[in-house]
Design a binder for this molecule. Structure first.
Ligand code: SAH
Length: 267
């Protein structure tokens, strides 16, 4: 994947030291694993950084800031959500590397830098409400639910839609112990959007089609923004930003990305 064009004004200053305020997401951590997980007969211990992945996540956030993510709320959200909670046990040591990881059924959890970049684009263009949070957001392609939870830190409500039943159930199981009240998971074909939650302050997709579906543009509020991958050139995808105002629709193509395909129907 091509590196995104450099953006000015970084590194952002973030304080991840011990004096830092507790992350917003103190409430988005799952309860500790049952005692048996570390008792006799448990799997060999992970390397120290992975046994306690919190420092690894702080490092990930510092890297995101150094790479140009400047929005403090986005950095806060990336620092608040346990990515290791969303990947299979064997992949936990890699959970805070900047890499996509398999989540089953040929799908992947997106790279942290891509999640942060898209969230930042959404924050820059989406409709903000109280406390600078985004209003209602539609997340297309729940996958394991990681991005939905990150967005839940940034928006008043998140409707996250997944077409694969098994992944929808997996995301449900991942989010259940976290008791997040503002993230709603839906099984359905996100190509049609989710009309019941419309109009949306922002729409974000983790799967790329030939173009941005008309339904998404219709369900976007005036002043809102869509951030999505679309096919761009032979076997390539690019990130596209669609801004909707009463004057019209403005589409901007950004950097090359690499997402799974947007497919229709439920399976
Ligand atoms: N945001 C996810 C990324 C998952 S990968 C995460 O944080 O883990 C993208 C997901 O989009 C896949 O699970 C895929 O099944 C789903 N997808 C593809 N086309 C879709 C559609 N039309 N409607 C809903 N989900 C779709």
């Amino acid at each position: 994947m091509a590196a995104p064009p450099p953006r000015p004004g970084f590194p952002a200053r973030i304080d991840l030291g011990s004096g830092a305020k507790p992350p917003v997401g103190a409430a988005v951590r799952p309860p500790p694993p049952p005692a048996s997980a570390s008792g006799p007969g448990a799997a060999a211990p992970l390397p120290s950084q992975s046994r306690d992945p919190i420092p690894a996540r702080a490092r990930m956030v510092q890297l995101l800031a150094a790479e140009g993510i400047r929005d403090a709320q986005v950095l806060g959200a990336m620092g608040a959500v346990d990515r290791h909670h969303f990947v299979d046990g064997a992949l936990v040591p890699q959970a805070y590397e900047d890499t996509a990881l398999p989540i089953g059924l040929g799908q992947t959890i997106s790279k942290p830098s891509v999640v942060a970049r898209m969230a930042e684009l959404l924050m820059q263009g989406g409709l903000r409400g109280e406390g600078g949070r985004l209003g209602r957001v539609l997340d297309i392609g729940t996958g394991c639910g990681y991005q939905a939870l990150v967005l839940g830190q940034l928006a008043s409500e998140v409707y996250s839609i997944e077409r694969l039943r098994e992944l929808h159930e997996k995301a449900r199981a991942n989010l259940r112990p976290l008791r997040v009240a503002n993230v709603h998971l839906i099984l359905g074909d996100g190509m049609a959007g989710f009309a019941k939650g419309a109009p949306y302050a922002g729409i974000i997709a983790a799967a790329g089609g030939e173009a941005v579906p008309e339904a998404w543009i219709e369900q976007l509020a005036y002043g809102g923004r869509i951030v999505a991958p679309i096919v761009h050139g032979p076997s390539q995808q690019a990130l596209v930003v669609v801004d909707k105002s009463r004057q019209g629709i403005q589409q901007t193509i950004l950097e090359t990305v690499n997402f799974v395909p947007l497919k229709s129907g439920i399976a």
